[in-house]
Ligand binder design. Structure first.
Ligand code: OAD
Length: 258
């Protein structure tokens, strides 16, 4: 059965019986999340993030090694601003529903493009962070994690070991994703029976290829996004909905006993 839009009903969303059956019988559910999953926590999506002082820069101009080489202070300060937004954010009902779902299926793999750490804060275990984590810092020269450094008026601060510039431990445009994490994500996409794509614009590769790996092995792919993406054409179900509203309904419709 291929049903395109899951229709809102008297109970906000009507979850198709066939989907409930598939989720309940799934041996392995894989989930890919993007910035939309954190939108209801007040973390602006990547493409909506530029406001105020930062409106004149596009993320693509700031999130690259070249931008950092050109103007490390500007890039550090931009991430510092984003870090502050993230530190004030709390997991929303969508994050919490995914953390709960993990305990209800035999195998569950949560893959995220988000760098905000909110899935972990919601209680999800072993989250595969494809694009790093903004709360961590690393040395631009040595590429190793740095936990603390000497307070200094210099921006960015320097690596206590080698004196190199410090940068956020996130993947920038033009950089490779952490190979082991990407391999695990691909393996999960190729071995799951159900794959949920949640709150991602499905345009940034290699993450955007993961639902297609799942489709290639016959998994049921479901998209949840208020603005359906290109993936909707291939998905078994596409729900035009905010994840913080939809995922709790999906959870309670599928596992009413939980
Ligand atoms: P984007 O900002 O490209 O897309 C966010 C998606 O979330 C859009 O498709 C929105 O329609 C959707 N959305 C908005 N509000 C939502 C809500 N309440 N519930 C569900 N969905 C909602 O973010 P990503 O797809 O995550 O990479 O972008 C992928 C990567 O592009 C990011 O990780 C970042 C950027 O380059 C790096 O920083 C390396």
């Amino acid at each position: 059965m291929r049903e395109k839009q899951g229709q809102p009903s008297g109970e906000r969303f009507k979850i198709p019986e066939a989907l409930i059956r598939q989720l309940r019988s799934a041996r392995h559910i894989a989930v890919l999340t993007g910035a939309g999953t954190s939108a209801e926590s007040g973390v602006p999506t990547f493409r909506d993030a530029q406001t105020g002082l930062w409106a004149q820069y596009s993320p693509e101009e700031l999130a690259t090694p070249e931008a950092f080489r050109r103007n490390p202070r500007l890039v550090w300060e931009w991430y510092q601003w984003r870090r502050e937004r993230v530190s004030q954010a709390k997991p929303n009902p969508g994050h919490l529903a995914l953390a709960r779902m993990e305990s209800l299926v035999p195998k569950f793999t949560l893959i995220t493009q988000n760098v905000d750490g909110l899935h972990h804060e919601a209680g999800s275990k072993g989250v595969l962070e494809l694009h790093g984590n903004i709360r961590r810092t690393k040395c631009f020269t040595e590429n190793s994690i740095v936990d603390s450094w000497r307070a200094t008026p210099k921006i960015p601060p320097r690596c206590p070991r080698c004196g190199g510039l410090l940068r956020p431990d996130v993947v920038w445009f033009g950089e490779s994703l952490p190979a082991e994490i990407l391999n695990e994500a691909e393996a999960a996409a190729r071995s799951c029976d159900v794959f949920l794509s949640v709150g991602t614009s499905s345009v940034v590769f290699p993450a955007a290829a993961l639902p297609h790996s799942a489709l290639a092995v016959g998994a049921t792919v479901i998209e949840i996004n208020p603005t359906p993406t290109e993936l909707a054409a291939d998905a078994a179900w596409s729900f035009a909905a905010a994840s913080g509203e939809f995922l709790p309904v999906l959870l309670s419709a599928t596992w009413p006993e939980c």
